[in-house]
Unconditional design. Structure first.
Length: 105
């Protein structure tokens, strides 16, 4: 739906990382990330806030619920943090390899 039906250019190359709906179906907390990382987070969240009425209305027509929750969007730093940790681990592994290699004379 975000790819084909929402034409806001601010919402390109984003993905949903998690959705949590409360028990009363009052709110759906939707966690978002982007390919570029957090540098566009404000722009993306503003675009989602702008499109939230349309998204909620469209989803309520497709998903049968007694009441449809209000959508709240949050930035999810998890993918960026995971990438950062992977880079750090890779650097440590490279340093460890360099320390184990025999010295060339």
């Amino acid at each position: 739906m975000l790819i084909r039906e929402v034409s806001d250019p601010r919402l390109q190359q984003i993905f949903i990382t998690d959705v949590k709906v409360d028990k009363e179906l009052a709110y759906a907390d939707i966690y978002i990330s982007a390919v570029e990382g957090s540098e566009r987070s404000r722009e993306i969240l503003a675009g989602l806030k702008s499109a939230s009425s349309y998204l909620r209305r469209t989803l309520s027509q497709r998903v049968e619920l007694r009441t449809f929750p209000r959508l709240r969007f949050h930035w999810d730093p998890t993918p960026e943090n995971a990438d950062h940790i992977e880079r750090l681990l890779s650097e440590l592994k490279d340093k460890e390899k360099q320390g184990k290699e025999p010295k060339k004379e």
